[in-house]
Design a protein around this ligand. Structure first.
Ligand SMILES: C[S@@+](CC[C@H](N)C(=O)[O-])C[C@H]1O[C@@H](n2cnc3c(N)ncnc32)[C@H](O)[C@@H]1O
Length: 397
């Protein structure tokens, strides 16, 4: 029922060729921090003792203009914003429990940011009322969550601070957000190729596509090379086939599974492999994951180094592996066994989690997305395992 559901989107009314401008929004309809600083909120902003980030300025603006109702210039736009969102802050606590652990943790961090933002804007609006700049103003956590979600899911990345950010904007976060009415109806596809820029002659923000479209096709833009956990966290959706999705492998598991296939001496000496890992980490190993393309290079090279004999390691040969040198046959065989064990272990857990979420009777969109994430993880691990097994050296006859 939820398959490929994208909500509202934009459709091509004629065929579109590579290089065509698909949307062009005049600068007076772009909502940036500069617009907020010139708005009716400007007098409060000038004397409020705490600087607000560009994102919070946009939230304050949207909340304020929404309260003004039909008298707001922005009422037609605000009236078109969704009433609710499908990001984790709209999940019930039970739904949150079913999310993959790493995503759940990121969602908790996001909730903390949201509460922090709410507390800052509560003080801001109270201050505005005390100073009699704002009258009859009421706003609660739900209003803030709504505004924060609208800003987070609909802003474009747009560098407004060409001449340096305004002194009233909190510089702890970059001033790169813009709400662009109408343009924000464009949905995301990881295969869409677009470029956005400000056309200073026409004074419009334009998006040019490299991807062609037929008449009546849905036209997409690209929100960034995000995996599905990030898309769910930041935008409240998942893509059915997302080339950016990966399964992260923990550092502890890389060490544990390497230790199991290593020489007794190394595996029994508890701190040997963690120390090795620390040294390679210091050289810049961060993407320890696997994807539909197989284990990441960082995962492979770290396993190769952890699975090296102590003598070779002692001679400093591990540095060569980081530079692309081939490991010895013995090391390679151990490293392959370790990666297979990791994948089998992760796959078994993914199968169990997948079955657990599938057994829950729910037709909510939140649940649908959780199921998609679990199935995707299982699929990536299965495909990755197949690839690793395919490269198993054949037995000598
Ligand atoms: C910038 S808005 C796009 C317009 C939106 N669909 C609407 O109805 O207003 C971004 C939101 O659209 C939805 N969305 C965008 N791309 C999507 C996709 N490929 N699949 C499902 N939902 C998508 C998500 O809810 C996201 O937060």
């Amino acid at each position: 029922m939820h398959d490929h559901y994208t909500g509202r989107g934009l459709m091509a009314t004629k065929s579109i060729k590579p290089g065509d401008v698909i949307v062009s929004i005049p600068s007076n309809l772009l909502i940036t921090s500069q617009v907020v600083l010139r708005s009716e909120l400007k007098d409060v902003l000038k004397i409020f003792p705490v600087k607000l980030t560009a994102r919070l300025l946009l939230c304050a603006f949207v909340i304020y203009e929404r309260q003004k109702g039909p008298s707001s210039f922005w009422a037609p736009y605000i009236g078109c914003l969704p009433d609710a969102f499908s990001t984790p802050s709209y999940f019930t606590s039970e739904e949150l429990q079913h999310l993959p652990a790493a995503l759940r943790q990121r969602a908790t961090e996001q909730t903390r940011l949201l509460c922090d933002g709410f507390s800052k804007l509560t003080k801001f609006f109270e201050f505005g009322q005390e100073c009699h700049f704002l009258s009859d103003f009421s706003f609660d956590l739900d209003d803030f969550k709504w505004a924060w979600s609208a800003v987070n899911t609909r802003t474009l990345y747009y560098k407004v601070e060409e001449a340096g950010s305004h002194h009233l904007v909190d510089p702890s976060e970059r001033d790169v957000y813009v709400l662009a009415p109408f343009l924000d109806l464009l949905n995301h596809s990881s295969t869409a190729e677009v470029a956005g820029s400000f056309n200073s002659i026409k004074q419009c923000y334009e998006i040019q596509t490299t991807t062609p479209y037929n008449k009546f096709d849905q036209v997409f833009i690209h929100y960034g090379p995000h995996d599905n956990e990030t898309l769910l966290l930041e935008y409240g959706f998942v893509e059915p086939t997302n080339p950016h999705s990966v399964v992260a492998i923990t550092k502890e598991d890389v060490i544990k599974f390497s230790s199991e296939v290593m020489d007794a001496w190394v595996s029994e000496t508890g701190s040997v492999l963690p120390k090795r890992f620390e040294r390679i980490e210091a050289k810049g190993i961060w993407d320890i994951s696997c994807s539909l393309n197989g284990p990441s290079w960082h995962l492979t090279v770290s396993l190769n180094i952890l699975c090296m004999g102590q003598e070779q390691y002692g001679r400093g040969e591990w540095v060569g592996l980081l530079g692309g040198e081939e490991p010895s046959q013995e090391c390679l065989a151990r490293s392959r066994r370790a990666v297979q064990n990791i994948l089998c272990n992760y796959l078994a857990k993914a199968v169990t989690s997948s079955q657990e979420v599938l057994s829950i009777k729910s037709d909510s969109y939140h649940h649908y997305m959780t199921v998609q994430l679990m199935q995707e993880k299982k699929f990536i691990l299965e495909e990755c395992l197949k690839q690793v097994q395919q490269f198993e050296p054949q037995e000598q006859t």
